[in-house]
Design a protein around this ligand. Sequence first.
Ligand code: DGJ
Length: 719
Amino acid sequence: MITFDEALSCFHLTNGRVSMVISVLKDDAGVSELVMPYVGAAIPSCEDLNALLPTEEFASFDSLRQLLPYCLPTEDRGDYRPTMLCAEDEQGFLTTEMVYTGEYTVTDGKPALPGLPATYCEAPGEAQTLTLTLRDPVTKLTARLSYTVFAEHDAFAASVTLTNEGDRTLYLRNAGSLALHLPGRWDMLHLEGSWARERRPERVAPALLTRQIESVRGASGHEHNPFAALMAPDATEFDGRVYGVSLVYSGDFRICVDENAEDSTRLVAGINPRVLRWRLAPGGSFQTPEAVLVYSGSGLNGMSQTFHRLYRTRLARGPWRDRERPILINNWEATYFNFDHEKIMKIARTAARVGIELFVLDDGWFGHRDMDDSSLGDWVPDTRKLPRGLKALAEDINALGLRFGLWFEPEMISPDSDLYRAHPDWCLHVAGRRRTEGRRQLILDLSRAEVQDYVIGAVSRVLASAPIGYVKWDMNRNFTEVGSTVTPGGELHHRYMLGLYRCMDAITSAFPEVLFESCSGGGGRFDAGILYYMPQTWTSDDTDAMERLKLQYGTSIVYPASAMGAHVSAVPNHQVLRTTPLNTRGQVAMGGNFGYELDLSAQTPEDIELIRQQVAFVKQIRRTTQQGVFTRLMSPFEGEVTAWSFRDEERLLLFAARRMSFPKEQPPVLRLRDLPEGSLWRDEQGRVHTAASLAGAGFVMPLPRGDFQSTVVVLERVK
Ligand code: DGJ
């Protein structure tokens, strides 16, 4: 899959459907640099693509450097665009020059990244990895660029290992993961948001300025997701060229897209340089996070489907990766902090009657936490609420036939906690400055090994103390006063993430049978980094069905349905006060990992019967929704009707929902353009449809008239 053409001095990475070409370019002084003249649909061989590169005659006043598609653009060498690497020397000079040494390796498979999440292989034949060595002739800073091509996924993974092979200390001021260059002008698609309205696709037209998304919050954040796509201006959901870049990282990131007057577009993705000044002593190494690059020639859906399959099967790990996910009931919106053993059991008993499989006890079970102002860090059950303890509650719930799950917020510390009274220096803080509280809490300094050990120990002790089968790992505030008694400021943001990943790795490895779901004030840390440790994430704190259409639609741009927690909640909805039918709430939630978040013991007998039917239906179809191919069909951002589909070898599940109704409206017609050629599908009336007719004429959805209605149709594959 990876070849080197000596005559043309170029590497060709291909799986027969996509290609990436990396060329060695010698300048007039005989110095070699690496450029990436082409990525996209497969080309048959490593052709001479250097003709695509600009030559000196196009570079007038400024140097040619800012026109070339460098694999590793560096600072202060005449490349004035956003760069990927900057190492400050002891005099404060930023000049960084990376010369290709001629050393490269091609290995089968894909090496793991030390301490960081990354996509992986299960057999060496699944991928090949090219590693290229570059070195600064003066400082001897060495960069090993690694590019993986996957056999079965139209994706490349890229990362950089930086090593100081010189004898002077350097400070990394920028250490990006991937640079991608495309000729021409490209729309940038990214996912913007805020609390309770995360991941809305925004498509930004080309402009002669740098389009940039970032986080400096200590989490990937509600505001921008660590993902961006470059779309040909005529690309749509089903047609056209799209390049998607997703960072496998949960901390402070930056993705910028820079377009210059010469019509060339550069995308750079990696850790946010705003918060980086990493001391690299002689002999020291720094590993950048991984960036995943997906190419699709069949529009945005094609890109999303590649991300979904790659992330579901070769990023998520553990026994729960491929298992059907349990239908859960969570008590948060049912009780908030106000519960006790008996109240929980009352909900759980109804849950058992309707076939729910997992009860999740949310915030408020520990310390003396009656609201959000205390006890984080004191992971000891509150005997006022649970007089017989956690184990007895878990066992009582198990006795009903349900698994038991528990909420934690392990990264946090309340000023009103025994932990804080014992270790006031364990939080992120700057000595002499006030400590800004967010949700009345501070953040543990996870850059410190003893704090990591505390978190690992405290969570593990609780998990070992009772039959707990699920954990919701929450995180409810962002960084301020990012200081530490131990770690230098320019290293703290990233060292926090390394510490967090160590905690997550240790805990999830020690309890492989526990299903972990991450959360951050809803979906404030919904990223590929966390999915490596926890196969599902709470999508948003907004549980209104109409809002969820947008949330799930937007999230699906990158992340698979198996990663999205989706719950049916009470009406009027607690976030937007809207009342929608239970049928619609259920059918929307079926588009993710299905569950309920309401007081089941307070529902009418009719609603309980409908819930029982919903649970039974989800058990029949969840293999398809959790592991099948997901396709976006009609966008909630463009009209009143939202539609999507799931399909696997056996069935096709069509979903449509309407927000607001209008007079004389016609039922939506879904055109299903990505069904296997020649396939035949039988609907619930026994009519058989060909793939060609479903793609051309489409399927008329029996969507009931009226506001907030939805429908689900299941077609069985007959050929
Ligand atoms: C934020 C989460 O998103 C909610 O689901 C809930 O767990 C609360 N935190 C609890 O404090």
